[in-house]
Design a protein around this ligand. Structure first.
Ligand code: AMP
Length: 216
């Protein structure tokens, strides 16, 4: 039997990455995430496509969306080789949602709900290990030694798009472009809204229950 097809929606900072990692461990599906895919291809030359900027990185650092044509191609390629998956960071606008409907069927659509002030606090305080990608927070999830990763000893850094200015821009982009996507999926089979302001373990237990009930 093929693994479940799971979509996880939520604003930047809502906990999609954390919950996706839990889903991968529990259900053995692949994590398909446009944010990570684009971060590994920040310098890709897209100048021949005639967009405002010549690389994905320039859009990302400004907190803007990378053009649909670039992102759609990444997702199509990743989904074609995945059995089950959790899709994280896509679709971010209605055009991408319509594109996705032509690529695959979804069994579960999760929406992690978190208020704007909390999101801003989470994003601007986030620190990420430059070596292994583990997430920390300056107030809520400190490493044992400041600036050093507990897991691998790597240096903790702030993502270029977690500065206050870029984070505020990303939240505006979310409200304008991606909230309509949430509404687009509200009537979809398997849609579940989860309170993302709970402790991570409580969020996980709601997420897990939603996926399990879709399998019954
Ligand atoms: P994330 O790690 O999901 O917050 O994504 C970081 C950045 O990558 C975003 O602010 C966008 O610039 C870009 N990005 C990620 N996913 C998409 C997408 N589906 N469409 C357009 N841009 C995206």
């Amino acid at each position: 039997m093929s693994g479940p097809h799971i979509l996880i929606l939520g604003a930047p900072g809502a906990g999609k990455g954390t919950q996706s990692a839990n889903i991968v461990d529990e259900f053995g599906v692949e994590h398909v995430t446009t944010g990570d895919a684009l971060r590994s291809n920040k310098e890709m030359d897209i100048s021949d496509m005639d967009f405002e900027y010549d690389t994905p990185g320039e859009y990302m650092d400004a907190g803007e969306l990378v053009p649909d044509a670039v992102v759609n191609a990444i997702v199509e390629e990743a989904l074609s080789s995945a059995d089950g998956y959790v899709l994280d960071g896509y679709p971010r606008n209605l055009e991408q949602a319509e594109e996705l409907a032509d690529m695959t069927d979804l069994d579960v659509v999760l929406y992690l709900e978190v208020a704007r002030e909390e999101l801003l606090d989470r994003l601007t305080g986030r620190r990420v290990c430059s070596e292994c990608g583990t997430n920390y927070h300056v107030k809520y999830n400190q490493p044992e030694e400041e600036g050093v990763c507990d897991e691998c000893g790597g240096e903790l850094v702030q993502r270029d798009d977690d500065t206050r200015e870029a984070a505020e821009n990303r939240l505006e982009v979310f409200e304008e472009n991606t909230l309509p996507v949430v509404d687009y999926y509200r009537d979809h089979d398997g849609f579940v809204a989860v309170d993302g302001e709970q402790a991570p373990d409580a969020v996980w237990s709601d997420v897990k229950a939603a996926i399990e009930s879709s399998e019954e």
